[in-house]
Design a protein around this ligand. Sequence first.
Ligand code: ADP
Ligand code: MG
Length: 315
Amino acid sequence: MEKILEIKDLKKYYKDNKAVDGLNFDLYEGEILGLLGPNGAGKSTTINILSTILKAEGGTIKYFGKSLDSNRKYVKSQLGIVPQDLALYEDIAAYKNVEFFASLYGIKGEELKCNVLEALRFVGLEDKKDSKPKTFSGGMKRRLNIACAIAHKPKILILDEPTVGIDPQSRNHILESIKKLRKLGTTIIYTTHYMEEVEVISDRIVIMDKGRKIADGTILELLENYKNTRVYKIFIDNKSGQYNGKFDFLFKIEGIQKVSKEDNALCITTIKDIDNLDKIILKLIENKIKVSHMTSEEGNLEMVFLKLTGRNLRD
Ligand code: ADP
Ligand code: MG
């Protein structure tokens, strides 16, 4: 696969705040790259630099093998950007919104009409083309925002958290549309803080934290060290706070690797193939610990993030 974007040592500081702090990653033609990181990781700042809205303080960006600075106009014509904050005209029809954004790229006449209708069809809003966005649900506005970004048929589409605060149906629609666009040949950067989304949508994942890349790979590569791991989260009834003791007794059970305590739950990391849940529960009962409920998870990106940063992705 051909490298179509190369980012090296990218930096953007807001006074002492290192929003982007020496970021490196590449984008390959035809892939969906999931850019995952908690709020404040620097994802939007990165996207805004990549889309030429913001200027970096340092580092280099090469699109299609040439530096962005020497090739700005061409790059802009090949990019579609779906910003984190909706950019729509609430009081003009959906069709006119898409038409406006597509016409900024110099598309005219019959081609413009075809592209606008195709983009609206693509996001499932063709029958709403004459309605105004102010009458739309949050999910429909997000979809219209995407239509505005794809009507000029960009080579690279960059989406910044396109599913925040919308209903599950619109979310699925958006994820499916993005996969379809990739099949049609668009290369995609998909930014989110939802681990579940990058897991289902990405060919490759870059995990960002505090302005830097902390991991990069396919989902299988990232989970390589966790494929034998299972985490039981056991919620204990601890209203009176009597279980503040140690949980060393659990380590006598075969397979257990780590035990940590959250407010009202124990997180027990264990080897996946060892059947030890009955023994865990029995030990807890023996120690007069009342279990209220529990969950069980196999290796996931949350665990990768926790291992690399010592924090939860969702914090
Ligand atoms: P993300 O998109 O991953 O949530 P952002 O790129 O929005 O992260 O922000 C990264 C950091 O930069 C945060 O600490 C944020 O508060 C800060 N930041 C972002 N934009 C500005 C700005 N215009 N002025 C000052 N600080 C900013
Ligand atoms: Mg953001």
